[in-house]
Design a protein. Structure first.
Length: 741
């Protein structure tokens, strides 16, 4: 039994959560309350007490970064005994399980994992084959529809039974063809990595029984973010021992658009009536002003598990409030505050974050930061693994492992150029379809296909090259195989000898990929250092798994991207009605999620927080005037102070420090919105009557004209121009529009 003095580092609720290991347990962890520490110490406690071997523990997270951080901490606490814990994201864990069990459902263990680009590329191919216009049947929307179906465990047959429109009918057809083509290519997408294990466990109870008894303890991080499939997987695996501990914060459930269901955490005690509940309510991150203001915001939500977060940190400065005349003015004022705080508080650029509701808002801040010569980065921008040159190399690596991978094959068959044109490729694709072969099988028999002699010779050389790569991938480790393939494919030479300046940077990126393979091979925690396992790991990287680096830049990001992060100084911008909360928030549940999003934004701040709005901004090409967000009225004025733009003088700063905070009620008193009385003659029309050209009335926006109606996945969205408030985009299911002419 290992020494457990580390428990002395915990407060009482944290210690209780760490030591309560038998039976179901829900830990409600308020923002900044040490959630990761509790998960880590709980795992260490189980190991130190000899309650289970490492391989009997399953820990599920939402990012590889979170899993790595927890593993590092556990090693420091209990040493090598922690090696073997099954810890990682839902997708990575169940990808490992599926590699073991793949043959039971018609795959082989070396299946490829398709990212969204691969999926969209395949959907485009299928649309073209079906002679469907990809402008009408947009590939990205169809991909979202397929992903949504998989989140709800809907097969193509299930979805086909629910269609009510031409778009849905065609989407169902593409979904069916997409599934067949993925199976033929021995490929799974991200949705499959969760949906297929559910079907595997359902259809093969002996497999479920094996894993139920294998995992004695199960822990789930960020449980409020789980969707229906993830919920079912947890419930199925925990059914035997019921030693399941879920950790999360219902107040930070903000991913319903991805399928996350807040009811999973709200109803945990219904699933497990004997479950314990422990609340972590002490915030170690933020000042008292920020914590108390956040409490007041989230208290307005009806659907929640009540808790009272507190902190013993300093009172801190009041929360800044900026009312700007325009979005450019807002950006200028935010940048002025950044310059001031750098000077007065010695904050570095990387300690600042500008958080916005939509990506489009970043432009004004980028312009203003550039003018001020302040470096910045867009967090969640193009991932390293999404760059073209990286995807090109990875396609070669994928082919070496899985020759059935049609998307990878089509990507590199003529790159670098080797004389295999589109016409020849199309002929081989048609042959594959006609004879129910994979494209690779057709390439191996290219002498039977009607292509030019030049193309035939080039294909035969390409096949021999890939066969060499297959041999090499089985001989050495991931680094040796990747280095050989990158060189022998001609890709490195093509980039290095190019006269295009950007190609030097692309060559360096490929070298960095090889560095990643080297790090993978030399990592003592990696059990198998083969190319197959390296590809599996990089296929499951998320935006938050990117290396932070040591670059000293101001962070710009959406609020959704900021979850799990913290910064000394945070600016929450664009706090205007119909922007934040979004105009799409039509129901109480929608509005409560928007409020949770605001709560997440506020609680990212450690020392300084500023809230801002612009009275006017250009949206959809038109200048629009905005009212302050209702969320500003939900911040208790005693925590706020109104601030102006520009660089204050020392005298002004001193005066501002000593002056009692201004109560901004006067700023908003005339503009507070009250619920609109419903006119006696108001009755929403059937959404089918809302068509382009008709006049409609909306309770909030007044009378407007319908400009367009389009299908977005399974919903219909209307674009309406209102005389009082400009162009709005409304989901007809929730908009309650009355046709008036």
């Amino acid at each position: 039994m290992v020494d457990i003095e580390f428990l002395n580092e915990l407060n009482e609720p944290q210690r209780e959560a760490t030591m309560t290991v038998e039976g179901p347990l829900m830990v409600i962890a308020g923002a900044g309350s040490g959630k990761t520490r509790v998960l880590t110490y709980r795992l260490a406690f189980i190991l130190s007490q000899g309650l289970a071997d490492a391989q009997e523990i399953l820990a599920l997270t939402f990012t590889n970064k979170a899993a790595r951080e927890m593993k590092d901490r556990i090693y420091k606490l209990v040493g090598s005994e922690a090696k073997g814990i099954m810890m990682g994201t839902f997708h990575s864990i169940f990808a490992r399980i599926m590699r073991t069990e793949a043959e039971r459902i018609g795959y082989t263990r070396n299946f490829t994992i398709y990212d969204s680009d691969d999926s969209i590329s395949l959907i485009k191919t299928l649309l073209k084959e079906q002679k469907l216009d990809d402008k009408t049947y947009k590939p990205r929307i169809i991909n979202n529809t397929i992903s949504s179906c998989k989140t709800r465990l809907m097969t193509p047959h299930d979805y086909k039974g629910t269609v009510t429109s031409d778009f849905q009918e065609k989407a169902a057809l593409i979904y069916e063809l997409y599934e067949k083509r993925c199976l033929k290519a021995n490929a799974m997408d991200f949705g499959d990595l969760l949906m297929k294990p559910v079907f595997l466990f359902r259809d093969h109870p002996e497999v479920l029984h094996k894993y139920q008894h294998h995992f004695k303890y199960i822990m789930v991080d960020e449980y409020q973010d789980t969707n229906h499939v993830q919920y079912l997987l947890c419930k199925m695996l925990a059914a035997s021992h019921e030693n399941i501990c879920v950790v999360g914060d219902d107040a930070q459930s903000i991913y319903s658009f991805r399928g996350a269901n807040i009811q999973n955490i709200l109803n945990f005690k219904k699933d497990y009536p004997d479950a314990g509940e422990i609340k972590l309510e002490q915030n170690y991150r933020s000042t008292q002003n920020i914590v108390e203001a956040a409490n007041g915001i989230i208290a307005r939500n009806k659907d929640q598990i009540h808790k009272r977060v507190f902190t013993e940190n300093d009172q801190g400065d009041p929360i800044g409030l900026v009312v700007a005349s325009s979005d450019q003015d807002e950006a200028h004022r935010v940048v002025s505050q950044i310059r001031e705080q750098r000077q007065m508080r010695s904050f570095q650029n990387k300690e600042f974050a500008i958080l916005y509701r939509t990506n489009a808002q970043s432009r004004a801040f980028e312009d203003s930061l550039r003018r001020a010569n302040i470096p910045y980065r867009i967090y969640g921008g193009l991932s390293f693994y999404q760059r073209k040159e990286i995807k090109d190399v990875v396609a070669y690596l994928r082919l070496a492992i899985n020759q059935s991978d049609e998307q990878a094959l089509k990507r590199v068959i003529n790159y670098p150029a080797r004389g295999i044109g589109k016409t020849s490729i199309n002929k081989m694709v048609v042959a594959a379809d006609n004879y129910d072969l994979t494209l690779w099988e057709v390439l191996q028999q290219v002498h039977r296909v009607d292509v030019s002699t030049r193309a035939r010779n080039a294909v035969q050389k390409f096949v021999k090259m890939i066969e060499r790569f297959m041999v090499e991938s089985n001989k050495g480790d991931a680094y040796e195989a990747a280095s050989f393939i990158a060189k022998e494919s001609g890709l490195l030479k093509d980039l290095h000898t190019s006269e295009i300046p950007e190609d030097l940077s692309r060559w360096e990126n490929v070298q960095e990929l090889l560095n990643a393979a080297k790090e993978f091979v030399e990592n003592p925690e990696i059990e198998e250092n083969t190319l197959e396992y390296f590809l599996a790991e990089i296929a499951l990287f998320t935006d938050q798994d990117q290396k932070d680096g040591d670059d000293n830049r101001v962070n710009l990001m959406t609020i959704h991207a900021s979850k799990g992060l913290e910064f000394n100084s945070v600016f929450v911008v664009g706090l205007e009605e119909d922007l934040f909360p979004s105009t799409m928030a039509e129901t109480r549940e929608d509005l409560e999620e928007e409020r949770r999003l605001f709560y997440v934004a506020v609680t990212r701040a450690m020392k300084c927080l500023s809230l801002s709005m612009a009275r006017s901004r250009y949206r959809f090409g038109q200048l629009q005037f905005h009212e302050p967000s209702r969320f500003l009225d939900e911040v208790d004025p005693k925590y706020l102070r109104s601030i102006s733009g520009g660089m204050p003088t020392t005298k002004t700063r001193t005066a501002t420090k000593r002056r009692a905070p201004e109560k901004p009620k006067t700023l908003f008193a005339k503009q507070k919105s009250t619920p609109m009385e419903m006119p006696a003659d108001f009755e929403p029309s059937d959404p089918k009557l809302v068509v382009p050209g008709v006049q409609v009335r909306h309770l909030k926006f007044g009378v407007g004209k319908v400009l367009a109606v389009e299908e977005v996945g399974t919903q219909k969205k209307a674009t309406v121009f209102f005389q009082s408030s400009g162009k709005k985009h409304l989901l007809l299911k929730y908009a309650k529009l009355q046709v008036v002419g």
